[in-house]
Design a protein around this ligand. Sequence first.
Ligand code: GDP
Ligand code: MG
Length: 424
Amino acid sequence: MKNCVIVGINWGDEGKGRMVDLLTEDFDLVVRYQGGGNAGHTVVNEKGKFALHLLPSGILRPGVVNLLGPGVALDAENLLTEVEDLRSRGVEITPDNLKISDRASLLLPWHRDLDALEEQRLAEKKYGSTKQGIAPFYSDKYQKKTLLAGELRYPEELRAHLRDLLEWKNLTLTGVYGAEAYTMERLDAWLRSYGEKLLPFLCDAGELLSVAQKGGKHILFEAQLGALRDLDYGIYPYTTSSNTLAAYAPIGAGLPSLRLTEVLGVVKAYSTCVGEGPFVSEMFGDEADRLREAGAEYGAKTGRARRVGALDLVATRYGVEVQAATKLALTKLDVLSYMERIPVCVKYRVGDRETERFPFPTELAAAQPVTEYAEGWGCDISGVRRWEDLPRAARDYVRRIEDAVNCPIAYVSVGAERGSIILR
Ligand code: GDP
Ligand code: MG
């Protein structure tokens, strides 16, 4: 597993953080390659419970070097708050174990404002944004209207660049949304409080990764969200604004020439989805409340109640395909222990036809689930550590998923703690 990427197969919150935390033991470097402070990766280990947003989950292992690649939305405010929070809990974070690509673009204060202003304008048609400025940030990046972190090394040029951006951005803030204009004084204060504090962490990510690779180091890439939120291959427009797919990892990390040796896809034993958008196997009412409670499905970043549903084999198969997963981790199997019979969405009904293929986004809104039921196991499995000790019905459930999506399940997770895992 020299160069391994850990990705979400579904809508996100599959338990990627817990898998990264488990596997970092075998890796020298952990890299985040897309997304920003809107992520919420929960890790429970001997140090306690942590919700990580921008920091790679390897930050909790001494000796692991953590990198934020050029593909991330570099949100200095969120990042520095997170660093301080972890430091206060005894986690050591220094320029030795945290590195930031100088080619990462800076999420600027107005990105957060614009995110909130646009959701407000959309009202009941809102996307369900986490309001961390991600969509406005990536739009600006592709319009070439933000700053690279490395520009912080050239204060004079940076201020001139920022002044131009300010003039342009105020047109939108005031003219389109009727919001208050930004001033250079405010941006200077932001640079002093946040921007400049990133300087000691900046590096040439390409060089770092290339030297690590030549030195035989093991590199782990950590994705945010899941396949169905990928900008190009997900449930557009209810996607995120970056590419969550494994294939993007080398580019977003800083070394486009790097080849991945392993793609570990994380699948949850049932479905959850945060925010708006189509969710074919969604449950409602008491059935949903029970599953939400059993799985403690509340957002790590926002505390929002997550939408829950049956395992969706149509979406999961598609997720495995677009991620090109070489193996899978199935998480939260313990949560289903209370169910007498377990619903599984095996096909969609779209209009008058049934399909096993994940449809075009426009068709998703009206798609109906075709549900079958798997046998429950009726006992607590959270203490099980060996495959052969799982009840037969639980093993059957795992094998059924494996067969349906055509990819081996190498890990079965039965609890949030680092050790609550079954290796097959
Ligand atoms: P991520 O965004 O993919 O890293 O996932 P999140 O951390 O947002 O959501 C997964 C949640 O499930 C977290 O609260 C984890 O602590 C928890 N979790 C992970 N694996 C398991 C498991 O196997 N069983 C249970 N009960 N909880 C788990
Ligand atoms: Mg999450």
